[in-house]
Each structure stands twice: as C-alpha cells, then as structure tokens.
Write a new protein. Structure first.
Lengths: 181, 135
C-alpha cells in the first residue's frame, strides 16, 4: 500500500520536491587532504587508543603508509574544509546545503537512522579526498513516532587517483516540525 | 586466523560512559553543528529527552568493540547498522559483538548496543577479514 505524507505539511512539501531527484548525483567535489591531526582527534574522541591512529612509525610498522583513520571517520564528517557560515545554518544547526538534502527552510527534524558502509581501502593521512553523493531513495513511512521520510544517499569517497576508499549508504529520517503531524 | 574463533563466540564487551564532553568533542571534530547534540533546551524542543548521541559516535563505539576485540590482524570491510532508539548523554552503553559466520579468512559479526534502560537501540552486522589488513 502506498503512503504519502499528509498534504500541506512541510514533510509533504519536502517529499514532493525531493523524490523526483532520486538517482541524481547531488554533488561531486574535492574535500582536500586528510590531515593526521583530524585522524588523531577523531580517534581520541571515540576512545580508540591504538597507536596506528597517532604515531606514523607505529602505522608504518603495521603496514600503513601513515596514520590510519578509524573505520567510520569519513562517514562521520558532517562538513569538510571551513564549513558553512552561521547564516547558512538552519534553526536546528544543520547546513542548508549539506550533502544530505534536509529540506532547507522547512523546519523538519532530522536524525541518523543507519548506514551501510563498504570500507574498500584503508584511509591514511595525506590522502586527497574526492566525494560523490548520489540520492538513492526517498521513502515515506508511517511509524509509531508518526509520519516520516527516510532518505538514503550513497557517498563514494575516492582518493585523487580514483581509488575507492569507502562506499557509504547513509539513511536519515526526517519528521515534521515539533507540534505538526 | 579464523581458526581461533568459533561461531557464537562473543568478543569482550565494550562498556562505555558517554559524557556531554564527548558529545561536544564529537560535534567539534566532525564539524557537526546539529543542535540536538550540544544544546539541550533545543533538543527537548524537538522532543528529545536530552542531548542525543550522534549516530556515527554510536557506530564508532560499536566498531571499537570489534577492532579491539579482534586485534590488528583483522580489518573491518563492511558494516550495516540501524538505529532503533535514541540514547541521551550521559549514558552507560554496552556494545556486544558476536561471531555469526566464519568463511575462510572472513567472519561476520553481529553488533548490538544496550542502553541504560536495557533496550537495544542499535543493531547491525560487520564483515571482517584478515586479507588486506593494511596497505
């Protein structure tokens, strides 16, 4: 049985605008060079103590070219480079023009719902990163928590020479603003 | 290498206390300005019961359970997880990794996260391999 968000709601507007873009490449861009400080900070923040994340000599002894990122570092980064100016952030803090279309200006609530990651090659410091984002699916659902739309994007991270590092299918769930159905 | 493991083996559990400091630092290092992770009044306005753990932080902790349990000879090659319930900081979370398939140099591991309420809020699977553990 098909289901669509209640007409007239922000979620219905979002669904009508976004679903036709299914299959489109949303962006393809260079992210710059992954530096060792970012890898070390990420590792420290999640509590990973393996020296391969901090010490180039330990990483080389383990067979890596330089310090290596924990498995989901690329997936976890919300913004690369200097990021979005504050006047381009929505009231909930999410960037208007982020990699995942979150309905800029509609006030939708967004949360991560899951991810499918293919970790093709280790990600080491000094790698020049290129990211291509494709909109894979826009699916409305009625859940116990109310009406929502699940959005899945495929993020393919490559090094500058074209080698695939990660293929990540990320799903977020969008809901109407608090107080709306 | 997989001879050391049997289907049904559970890796050492990862018990971790997620603090609001950790949420702040995770937002900072991932350059994530989403307010539900650092602005509690806003998070509650959105219907949350407090500051929400980042989905990727929960995944990172679950993956630590694997990488620390198996050691450097193994590399995570595939991960698939779903979030069933939000968890709010501060929180004591426990991650479990159980081997469900052994196939030559690869294994499949089932992941779950138990929150203070006893509910499973995160579940998934990961594939690990000894092939290409480093390059």
């Amino acid at each position: 049985m098909s289901f669509t968000p209640e007409p007239g709601t922000p979620l219905a507007v979002y669904y009508a605008e976004t679903r036709p873009r299914t299959g489109a490449v949303l962006s393809r861009r260079s992210l710059g060079t992954l530096d060792p400080v970012t890898i070390g900070r990420y590792a420290m923040t999640i509590g990973a103590t393996d020296p391969v994340h901090y010490d180039p000599a330990a990483a080389r002894s383990a067979g890596y070219a330089d310090v290596v990122a924990p498995p989901n570092l690329l997936a976890a980064m919300v913004e690369w480079g200097i990021g979005t100016p504050e006047d381009r952030l929505q009231p909930d803090g999410t960037p208007v023009d982020g990699d995942v279309p979150v309905g800029g200006g509609l006030g939708l609530r967004v949360m991560g719902a899951g991810e499918e990651m293919e970790l093709v090659n280790p990600v080491v410091a000094g790698t020049e990163l290129v990211l291509e984002t494709t909109l894979e699916a826009v699916t409305p659902k009625q859940t116990r928590g109310g009406t929502c739309v699940f959005v899945t994007t495929l993020n393919t991270f490559r090094s500058a020479d074209g080698a695939v590092l990660n293929r990540n299918r990320r799903t977020v769930v969008l809901r109407n603003p608090a107080g709306e159905s | 290498m997989s001879d050391n493991f049997r289907v049904g083996d559970e890796l050492p559990r990862l018990r971790h206390t997620v603090t609001t400091f950790q949420l702040f630092r995770y937002s900072a290092v991932t350059w994530n300005p989403h307010r539900i992770h650092f602005d509690e009044p806003h998070a509650r306005e959105e219907g949350h019961a407090g500051l929400a753990l980042h989905s990727h932080l929960r995944a990172a902790l679950a993956l630590r359970c694997i990488t620390e349990g198996l050691g450097p000879a193994w590399r995570v090659t595939n991960v698939d997880y779903r979030l069933r319930k939000p968890v709010y900081a501060p929180a004591e979370v426990v991650y479990t990794a159980r081997i469900t398939v052994i196939d030559g140099d690869s294994m499949t591991v089932e992941l779950s996260e138990e929150s203070p309420s006893g509910e499973v809020g995160f579940e998934g699977t990961a594939r690990v391999s000894t092939t290409g553990a480093a390059t």
